[in-house]
Design a protein around this ligand. Structure first.
Ligand code: ADP
Length: 366
């Protein structure tokens, strides 16, 4: 009996398909690692609780009643009782995944209080196209990121006063455009790389005590030309007192800041973009990125941080994939912080995020 249980545990743990087992009252008795990764719920919160509270599935006509998938009571049918493809699964963090779901009953299962076994296959893992994308992104990391970083670094050096004073206006414009394009490409590559990490469930942070002020100053410097090109002011309003360090993965946090400034520049046609820093009551540093841009309609704000989401009107106007905010949210939440936006359509937006203050005193900068 013990050996059988161990065999079952091993099979479940190593399956790439999410597997959920329920008892005759729809209570969850097994929930494997793939189910945790797919739904976002952890084992402790689901075990012995009703599967209806954790599995949110939708077909085109609406939410699926879990009684279809995991019927209660002593129903003595066996074999597959549910089998549907391309169902939408909403995770704990309200993300969407497209999945295939099968559930089955085992003969004699009622005798051991076995309700049903539910298998959920993430179509993202399956689709060839998606796999090709993952391969492409891994390749991009190796072969594109380094040379583009070098190109961008050199362009940024050419954009100093000494060089630009020798060029005419059109030449400076060409240089500015090349720098902007290269910066955008680099952010895109970094976003895609992070999406793959997030999808594989291994967004690992390499944290240290860092100065958020230094990081913001670098971001302001990097985006100076891009903002100037649109006649936008990009300013960091330094805090009155020196702020403590934050505990963060500097490379990942940089991506969040880049995404927020890139958006602020992209969706603002006149005015300014400002950075502020504050300390919150719960010992976090709050970063605000304020713009005087087009703003976001109130009924779009809730979905803004979901994957591939773009405000309808923006589609007609600016290039984008709708990944930046989704990823920023994942990165900030992995740090134990929050990210949100306050916006008035037509007046501007302020994106804010919090990051925990570092508890360990450190003199390390970067
Ligand atoms: P992308 O900019 O690539 O479309 P994001 O995930 O970064 O994707 O942003 C999602 C959507 O949120 C954008 O398409 C845009 O509609 C809206 N948005 C983001 N930042 C701003 C901003 N500063 N001002 C107005 N709208 C914004």
């Amino acid at each position: 009996m013990e050996t059988q249980k161990r065999i079952i545990d091993e099979i479940m743990a190593n399956s790439t398909e999410a597997i959920i087992v329920t008892d005759l009252n729809q209570k969850i008795t097994h929930f494997n690692k793939a189910a945790v990764a797919l739904t976002g719920f952890n084992i402790v919160e689901v075990l012995n609780n009703n599967v209806k509270d954790f599995l949110f599935l939708y077909r085109e006509t609406g939410q699926i009643n879990l009684d279809e998938i995991s019927p209660t009571g002593l129903i003595e049918n066996q074999g597959i009782i549910f089998n549907e493809k391309n169902i939408k699964l909403i995770t704990k963090l309200k993300d969407e995944n497209i999945v295939n779901v099968r559930s089955l009953k085992v003969k004699g299962g009622s005798e051991i209080n076995l309700g049903s076994i539910i298998f959920i296959q993430d179509t993202f893992e399956q689709a060839d196209l998606e796999r090709t994308k993952l391969d492409f992104v891994s390749m991009a990391e190796h072969v594109l990121r380094t040379p583009i970083t070098v190109i961008r670094g050199n362009l940024s050096r050419l954009l100093d006063e000494k060089t630009t004073s020798k060029l005419d206006e059109a030449e400076v414009n060409h240089l500015n455009n090349t720098f902007t394009g290269t910066s955008e490409l680099l952010i895109l590559i970094e976003n895609l790389m992070n999406i793959v990490e997030i999808r594989k469930g291994d967004l690992t942070l390499s944290k240290s005590a860092i100065s958020i002020e230094t990081l913001i100053l670098k971001t302001v410097r990097d985006f100076k030309y891009i903002a100037e090109e649109k006649n936008l002011k990009l300013v960091f309003i330094p805090p009155l007192n020196k702020l403590p360090m934050v505990d963060a993965d500097v490379a990942k946090l940089k991506i969040v800041l880049q995404n927020l400034v890139e958006n602020a520049v992209k969706y603002t046609s006149e005015g300014k973009i400002e950075f502020f820093l504050d300390v919150t009551e719960d010992n976090k540093i709050m970063v605000s990125v304020h713009d005087t841009g087009k703003g976001i309609p109130a009924d779009n704000i809730n979905q803004l941080f979901t994957k591939f989401y773009r405000v309808k009107k923006a589609l007609e106007m600016e290039y984008g994939m709708g990944l930046g905010l989704y990823m920023s949210k994942k990165i900030i939440e992995a740090h134990g912080g929050n990210i949100w936006v306050e916006s008035v359509e037509g007046q501007g937006s302020t994106f804010k995020f919090t990051i925990p203050i570092s508890e360990k005193p450190s003199f390390k900068d970067y």
